[in-house]
Design a protein around this ligand. Structure first.
Ligand SMILES: N[C@@H](CCC(=O)N[C@@H](CS)C(=O)NCC(=O)O)C(=O)O
Length: 207
């Protein structure tokens, strides 16, 4: 299987790259300079219909959606045990819940904070969005702090792709983790994984 990952450093591209590193699969990084507008180029629009990253090409077929890529890779290589096996087990239920929780509940709030606090030009920011999303995000962090107090991982006793998705998203707003000791320990533990460290290196020639 030939895998190419369309990738911009410092974006959701980290997620599938981290899974690929956990799996030890060979892959090619195709760098997209999103911040210089390359996402809107006609050539890249033929790869990703929204001009976003990441996109993953597998044997010539393109897949989009970072969490879907991570889920699909984890299911396709069960021997790596990045997901508890399908079936009626508490670990599998927890895994499924948290894999959906990240893009469904956590990420939209974190994204609103970043979008209206930093990414959008001033004129396009909605006043009130950052305090609103921050309040909701703090509530989510409280839930996660309770969940991870006294346990190392989200699903069963082992690291899984649910942790990879949660950890990579919590690290969008590291300052918000202060006063959450379990979440600080958790993200610190995840960042020590060799696969994370390989995936987090900036591959651009300017780095
Ligand atoms: N739900 C998509 C979101 C992809 C996305 O919005 N990526 C951002 C970078 S993290 C992007 O490319 N933004 C530029 C744009 O949408 O024009 C995923 O998880 O893959």
């Amino acid at each position: 299987m030939a895998i190419a990952l369309y990738y911009t450093h410092g974006t959701r591209s980290l997620r599938p790259r981290w899974v690929l590193e956990e799996l030890g699969l060979p892959y090619e990084l195709r760098l997209i300079d999103l911040f210089q507008g390359e996402g809107n180029s006609a050539a890249y629009r033929r790869v990703h219909p929204h001009g976003a990253v990441p996109a993953m090409e597998i044997d010539g077929e393109v897949m989009i959606e970072s969490c879907a890529m991570c889920h699909w890779l984890s299911e396709s290589y069960p021997e790596a045990q990045l997901a508890p096996p399908p079936g009626d087990t508490a670990a599998r239920r927890a895994y499924t819940q948290w894999v959906f929780y990240v893009p469904g509940t956590l990420e939209p709030l974190a994204f609103q904070i970043l979008l209206h606090g930093a990414i959008l030009p001033q004129a396009q920011r909605v006043i009130g969005m950052v305090p609103w999303a921050t309040g909701r995000y703090k509530g989510v962090l409280e839930v996660l702090e309770r969940t991870l107090t006294g346990r190392e991982y989200l699903a069963g006793d082992n690291f899984s792709t649910a942790d990879l998705l949660l950890g990579s998203t919590l690290l969008w707003l590291p300052h918000m983790l202060e006063d959450h000791p379990a979440l600080c320990d958790y993200t610190g533990r995840l960042q020590q994984r060799p696969a994370y460290q390989r995936a987090a290196t900036d591959p651009s020639p300017r780095a």
